[in-house]
Design a protein around this ligand. Structure first.
Ligand SMILES: Cc1cc2nc3c(=O)[nH]c(=O)nc-3n(C[C@H](O)[C@H](O)[C@H](O)COP(=O)(O)O)c2cc1C
Length: 177
């Protein structure tokens, strides 16, 4: 699949068939991620591949920590055969670099989603309360100020969802010459 097609055909899909994703495919997506642009070559991304019973371990760690986000996380973390938590180390003493690094990690996530689309895989990028949860960060082994930029849920789409259409507004563009 060429890149223009992948860009247009990629759709957020939050339900998955039961089919597992081969480790080689996961590695290919992560390899695509690391080619994302990143200022000063900081390569600020980290990838945590969570599958099988590890998904439940993480959900239980969050659940037993309770607190503000004590809603049962299993519905989300177990929705796909695996997910990749893509994280960024915080740069507390340099807010500009921190923002650049965040943007670079977002580019890396998009690379992964496009590479997944080209391989017939479905993805869903998710953030929200689970991405802020201190117990989620602890379980992943990242610092309290580090970011979970994405939970990238990954799997094969159910048969009925192989092609989803989507609409986008025409871009607002200002040309000056
Ligand atoms: C930074 C970011 C965070 C997102 N977080 C969530 C989320 O927490 N829950 C969710 O259902 N979708 C989330 N999404 C997916 C968007 O809702 C989705 O991309 C949007 O609906 C457009 O649909 P499409 O991806 O099929 O084009 C997120 C997307 C991005 C880029």
């Amino acid at each position: 699949m060429d890149v223009d097609t992948a860009i247009r055909e990629r759709r957020t899909i939050g339900v998955f068939s039961g089919q597992d994703v081969a480790a080689e495919l996961v590695e290919e997506l992560i390899d695509a991620a690391r080619w994302a642009p990143n200022h000063k070559h900081t390569e600020p991304w980290r990838f945590h591949v969570v599958s099988g019973s590890a998904r439940e371990e993480m959900a239980n760690a969050i659940l037993s920590a309770g607190g503000k986000f004590a809603k049962d996380p299993r519905g989300k973390l177990l929705r796909s055969p695996l997910f990749i938590a893509v994280t960024q180390q915080a740069v507390l003493d340099d807010p500009v670099r921190d923002q650049e690094d965040y943007a670079a990690v977002c580019c890396a996530v998009q690379n992964m989603m496009l590479a997944a689309t080209a391989r017939g895989l479905a993805t869903k990028w998710s953030t929200g309360a689970l991405a802020e949860h201190p117990a989620a960060k602890r379980w992943l082994g990242i610092g309290p100020d580090d970011r979970i930029v994405a939970y990238l849920y990954l799997g094969y789409p159910p048969e009925t969802m192989r092609s989803l259409t989507a609409e986008r507004r025409p871009a607002e563009v200002v040309w000056r010459s």
